[in-house]
Design a protein around this ligand. Structure first.
Ligand code: ADP
Ligand code: MG
Length: 741
């Protein structure tokens, strides 16, 4: 490439001296290219910003929601849209409280004739300077109503609307808001000044702005060409043009990531794998012993897996399915195929509890066979561990279940042909690639890769799985075993408990069993929630005197827990009073009622798992979610967003038993970072794409990546070289797949 205008330092522009150049470089802007890509963080748009009057009305309606049923759509909208408001500061006042704590309060107003307040507790010096009476501001944040009913923002994001911009705003121009530091402002970089610099840069460099996306792709996916997109992002003509421009930028970001995944997937598909025959005497033996027939979905997925195993290339497949859809048996049958082909199978779980559970399930299923299952977890005593390592190395162990301990260097495997990873959302693409490498080298089979089956423990929204698992083939168990009718779920208030208990007694009299779950083991000073030990006595003697109640919680010894669980499974207890220790894995088909106290305190995934403990047999099952009357539970600081989120969770549980739908709502409530631990999952932080709201864009970008790789599997055509360069820049070492010949 000839040295281009785009690479010129910003000082090249008129009006940028050493001081501004320095301030700009602190914002990551050194060249004209970087200046053009320094995109506004948000926009001030009169047509989409709200008024104090409209806000006040919406917030009063929101208050009503606490007392009446609500539909999900409404609540989500109220919860998740941060609002932007343009208002003038009238007066700034300071209060000092008895404790010496200081508060800054600014009264604001706008043309709608309603007043409101901004409240600040921290960085008061900064806000004292920033808040000037008479000045117009763009205010962004989540408003609440104060006790007197005024719209109030606590620590909103504030951007003064510069006087030269007031007129532009008044005539309806959309104004970009750039991220400006205090240093930048001190150096004289105002919003308007920055816009002028960008305009000059566009002028100089326009001729050189090439689009890295090939022409045919821009057309097929109707993308705004990059030069126009940049122009619109900095100087939007209209909200529609701006939306198209943002779409273009996000699309490129997601396309690059999907190309990375696609290249990796193709790289794996080209590798050599162990060709495994689906003939498996042990699988046949187990199928005959099972008390049930496989569902159609289970059989279909097993066919998909068998095809992978026989292909001569390594399998790399994700198995998704709702709680109770029967993933375990599919994984076990797959392991038996590997074993009958002469290989070891490794099953890795994210926690020791889950490893333990899998270990017992496998032992139970394979009881009476000649297969040997061992468990490898941290903290085992050295003698036992040495013995296990010996069995693994000699091949005496057929299946090895464990946690991360499986990948310690001291473990010598004997021909691992299959790796099953039970995920629980804890690992991501890059980590998984690393695991695979470890497993492969532990194989010692000269470049032949093991088969990998990843199981997701709870459903993941589809668009998210395209990001998290985009390099895997997907199998979905979309059918529950027969005879299960959806659990009927109802939110009930504490004042209704007597009727609910009466209902439970009827179920018990009919021979069924029930769970009653509390959030705490014992009462706590700090947490206003009910505790299992505290209510056990009362329930046993006052509510269920003619039945037997068991008490299960995490502080018991493991053998005590096991004894209680066994007694409940055998029907010796009618009611199991418990904490969330029963969340995972417990399978007592005769239990038909799940009652959860302080249900507002539980997360959606947790509620879904807990409810999954019932509805496992033929009888109709019920789930009661108990909460304070009229949702009058008090959250830590009375945070209204938290309260609404809790109500949305409860209503969602009432409205659906579909784990995928529940996962979608959970994603909306918590955001992807929280749900996945993005940082440790190895997926990048996306600068522009929002994993929650950009689902449709994610699917399209993935489709585009596949179209690209179909045409040009190694991105070698001249028109794709720019993309190739971008991939390298963006992903560095992770893009080494590009170099596989
Ligand atoms: P999950 O997909 O949540 O891991 P499990 O594999 O634990 O589900 O299966 C849930 C329950 O359903 C287990 O008790 C299992 O034995 C049973 N099960 C699995 N497949 C079938 C089937 N085809 N018919 C009846 N019950 C089944
Ligand atoms: Mg499971």
């Amino acid at each position: 490439m000839p040295s281009s205008v785009l690479e010129q330092p910003v000082q090249y522009l008129k009006g940028v001296g050493p001081q501004r150049a320095k301030a700009l470089s602190e914002l990551g802007v050194r060249t004209l290219r970087e200046l053009l890509l320094f995109l506004p963080r948000s926009y001030i748009d009169r047509s989409t910003s709200t008024t104090l009057r409209a806000l006040a009305r919406a917030l009063h309606q929101q208050e009503q929601l606490f007392h009446s049923p609500l539909t999900l759509g409404d609540s989500e909208r109220l919860l998740y849209s941060e609002v932007t408001l343009i208002a003038r500061v009238e007066r700034v006042r300071e209060h000092t409280y008895g404790s010496g704590r200081q508060m800054l309060q600014a009264s604001i107003s706008d043309d709608s004739g309603v007043g409101g307040f901004l409240i600040f507790w921290n960085r008061l010096d900064y806000y004292r300077r920033l808040l000037q009476p008479g000045q117009l501001y763009a205010i962004a944040g989540r408003p609440t109503l104060d006790r007197r009913g005024y719209v109030t923002f606590h620590h909103p994001e504030l951007e003064p609307v510069e006087s030269e911009d007031e007129e532009l705003y008044r005539i309806g121009r959309i104004l970009p808001k750039y991220r400006l530091t205090q240093a930048a402002r001190t150096a004289g970089l105002s919003q308007a000044r920055l816009r002028r610099l960008v305009a000059a840069a566009l002028e100089h460099a326009r001729a050189e702005l090439a689009d890295p996306l090939p022409e045919w792709l821009q057309q097929e996916f109707q993308l705004l060409p990059l030069p126009q997109a940049l122009e619109q992002l900095h100087f939007p003509d209209s909200a529609e043009q701006l939306a198209r421009a943002r779409y273009r930028i996000k699309f490129e970001e997601m396309l690059l990531f999907q190309l990375l995944l696609g290249l990796r997937q193709r790289g794996v598909q080209r590798e050599r794998g162990l060709p495994l025959s689906p003939k498996s005497p042990h699988a046949r033996w187990l199928l005959e012993r099972l008390p049930f027939q496989l569902t159609r979905a289970q059989r279909r997925v097993l066919w998909e897996i068998a095809a992978d195993l026989g292909s001569g290339h390594p399998m790399n497949r994700l198995l998704q399915g709702d709680v109770g859809s029967g993933k375990t048996i599919v994984a076990v049958l797959t392991m038996l195929i590997a074993i009958d082909n002469g290989y070891q199978a490794v099953l890795m779980a994210p926690t020791e509890i889950l490893a333990e559970q899998h270990y017992h399930t496998l032992r139970r299923l394979l009881e009476g066979s000649d297969l040997h299952v061992v468990q490898l977890v941290g903290g085992q005593n050295p003698r036992l561990r040495a013995e296990l390592l010996e069995q693994i190395a000699s091949g005496a162990a057929h299946i090895i279940v464990g946690t991360h301990a499986l990948f310690e260097s001291s473990v010598q495997y004997h021909r691992v042909g299959l790796l099953v990873i039970d995920e629980q959302h804890r690992f991501g693409v890059l980590q998984r690639a690393r695991l695979r490498e470890l497993a492969r080298s532990s194989l010692g089979t000269n470049g032949i890769a093991p088969h990998v089956l990843v199981m997701s423990a709870t459903p993941i929204p589809r668009t998210l799985s395209l990001v998290l698992y985009g390099d895997l083939d997907l199998s979905v168990l979309d059918e529950l075993p027969p005879g299960r009718s959806p659990v009927q779920t109802k939110v009930v208030f504490e004042s209704q408990l007597p009727q609910v208990y009466e209902f439970i007694r009827q179920e018990l009299r009919a021979g069924h069993q029930a769970y009653i779950v509390y959030p705490l083991i014992s009462p706590s000073e700090r947490i206003p929630a009910k505790a299992a030990t505290e209510h056990f006595e009362y329930l046993q003697s006052e509510v269920f005197p003619e039945f037997r109640c068991g008490l299960l919680h995490g502080e018991l010894f493991w053998y005590e827990k096991e004894a209680i669980m066994r007694a409940f499974a055998n029907g010796e207890y009618h009611v199991l009073i418990a904490t969330t220790v029963i969340e995972v894995g417990i399978d007592v088909p005769n239990a038909t009622v799940m009652l959860i106290h302080n249900a507002e305190r539980f997360g959606l995934a947790q509620l879904h798992q807990l409810r999954g403990r019932v509805g496992r047999g033929q009888a109709q099952s019920y789930c009661f979610l108990v909460t304070r009357d009229h949702f009058r539970f008090h959250w830590r600081d009375g945070n209204p967003q938290e309260r609404i989120a809790a109500i949305v969770r409860l209503r969602t549980m009432e409205q659906t038993t579909d784990g995928f739908r529940i996962a979608e709502v959970d994603l909306q409530l918590r955001g992807p970072g929280d749900l996945l631990g993005t940082r440790q999952s190895g997926i990048p932080e996306f600068r522009y794409v929002n994993l929650v709201t950009d689902g449709e864009l994610i699917s399209r970008a993935r489709h585009a990546a596949h179209r690209l790789l179909e045409r040009d599997p190694e991105l070698r055509h001249p028109e794709h070289l720019a993309l190739r360069r971008l991939l390298r820049e963006r992903f560095g070492a992770d893009a080494r797949f590009l170099d596989i010949a």
